[in-house]
Design a protein around this ligand. Structure first.
Ligand code: PLP
Length: 387
């Protein structure tokens, strides 16, 4: 029997998922139908956020969130350099200016201390986009306290963090709850914890933002009589603002609903694998394992180790595992190293030292709930063997 490739992540789609999705193909609505509402309601129940607005992907969710805040030309937005491009690009889509706040070496998420220094010494942004890297909740209460002081808005990029929780003041909050943010976003790409094929959602507790997000998702169109009772025609609609077509389909949401039913199972298995990795690697001084939060309160999306011997050792490990059909990934190249950002803003190497050090030695090991026990042991063995 040929050995199966072990990817760094992978969806887990069951017969029930397929059945639920196919049923919608035979129904009256393939898109803009009732299943979208059911999916959004379920996201609200999960997170306790008041509103969920599902859309085409996590990138469009971030774009919608920035548009709903009214980010415009030259408004400043900041995010973590240790993230996917979309966390920053959403500011650029709106014509804003993007800057990056270094990570905290312990949490791998944006540092509130560094953000505070930035606000005091450089500029106060209009929007701060903390990222729950790998599923670890960013310090949202810390950012909320700073937003009260400096007046910025917060969009939690929870693309990695559906199912993760954090505690504050003796209470537990879900990532995406918006208890300490204006809006939060999820991604449902197949490598994420639950999937809709492509898909995303914006969450908020603010009725006005929710209204704007729904309008912006659908071309900026509002159905009805329009402003000043412009028309009584039953088909009348008005476009008050420039929006996009970021509508998700009912077919996708049927898959999402079915996947959400298994979120607890996904989380348990992801935690189990992450715990096995941590136990196997914690005593090895050539490896730094991810922060404890990853296996405590988070629903781990990634399992990023760091190789203390640095980038050559990391490259050797990446290649050695690849020859054994174990495909790792690197999360992330600091976003401001990308030519677009470096050229536009003149951002240079050394700008965010922790994000750069972290990038030079990190390696995300395979982590997905359908991984077999034998595959987990194979990865552990291969990592230890190749140090
Ligand atoms: C942190 C983060 N934010 C946003 C996104 C964008 O999500 P999507 O791929 O669904 O557009 C991603 C996707 O990888 C991500 O990792």
């Amino acid at each position: 029997m040929t050995k199966k490739t072990i990817p760094y992540s992978k969806q887990w789609v069951t017969r029930d998922d397929i059945h639920a999705t196919c049923e919608i193909l035979a129904s009256d609505f393939l898109t803009t139908g009732p299943v979208i509402d059911r999916f959004e309601d379920k996201l609200c129940k999960l997170t306790q956020a008041r509103h969920a607005i599902a859309c085409t992907n996590g990138t469009s969710a971030l774009h919608l969130a920035c548009m709903a805040l009214g980010i415009k030309s030259n408004d400043l937005g900041v995010t973590s350099p240790n993230s996917f491009l979309a966390s920053a690009n959403c500011i650029e889509f709106c014509g804003g200016q993007t800057d990056f706040i270094d990570i905290d070496a312990a949490t791998l998420c944006m540092s509130p201390e560094k953000l505070e220094t930035y606000c005091r010494e450089q500029a106060v942004p209009r929007v701060v986009i903390p990222v729950d890297f790998s599923g670890i909740p960013a310090d949202l209460p810390g950012f909320k306290a700073l937003s009260r002081k400096f007046g910025f808005s917060i969009i939690e990029d929870a693309a990695h963090a559906i199912g993760s929780t954090y505690t504050f003041g003796g209470k537990t909050f879900a990532c995406g709850s918006c208890a300490h943010s204006d809006m939060a976003i999820f991604s449902f790409h197949p490598v994420k914890t639950i999937t809709t094929g492509e898909g995303g959602a914006v969450l908020t507790n603010d009725d006005k933002l929710a209204d704007r997000l729904r309008t912006l998702r659908n071309h900026g169109m509002v159905k009805g009589r329009g402003r000043n009772n412009a028309s009584t025609a039953p088909w009348y609609y008005e476009m008050e603002t420039l929006g996009c077509n970021y509508r998700i389909t009912d077919v996708q949401c049927a898959l999402g609903l079915s996947q959400l039913d298994r979120l607890a199972q996904f989380k348990a298995r992801r935690n189990q694998i992450a715990t096995q990795y941590s136990k196997a690697f914690q005593e090895n001084n050539q490896l730094i394992i991810p922060p404890k939060e990853l296996t405590r309160s988070a629903c781990p999306h990634l399992y990023p180790i760091q190789l203390t011997r640095g980038q050559d050792a990391r490259l050797a490990m990446y290649n050695a595992l690849k020859t054994q059909d174990i495909h790792c990934q690197i999360h992330y190249i600091p976003i401001y190293w990308q030519p677009y950002y470096a050229n536009k803003y003149g951002y240079a190497r050394g700008k965010c030292p922790w994000a750069e050090t972290y990038y030079s030695r990190t390696l995300s090991l395979p982590l997905y709930p359908a991984m077999t026990e034998a595959q987990v042991q194979e990865v552990i063995g291969a990592v230890l063997e190749n140090l």
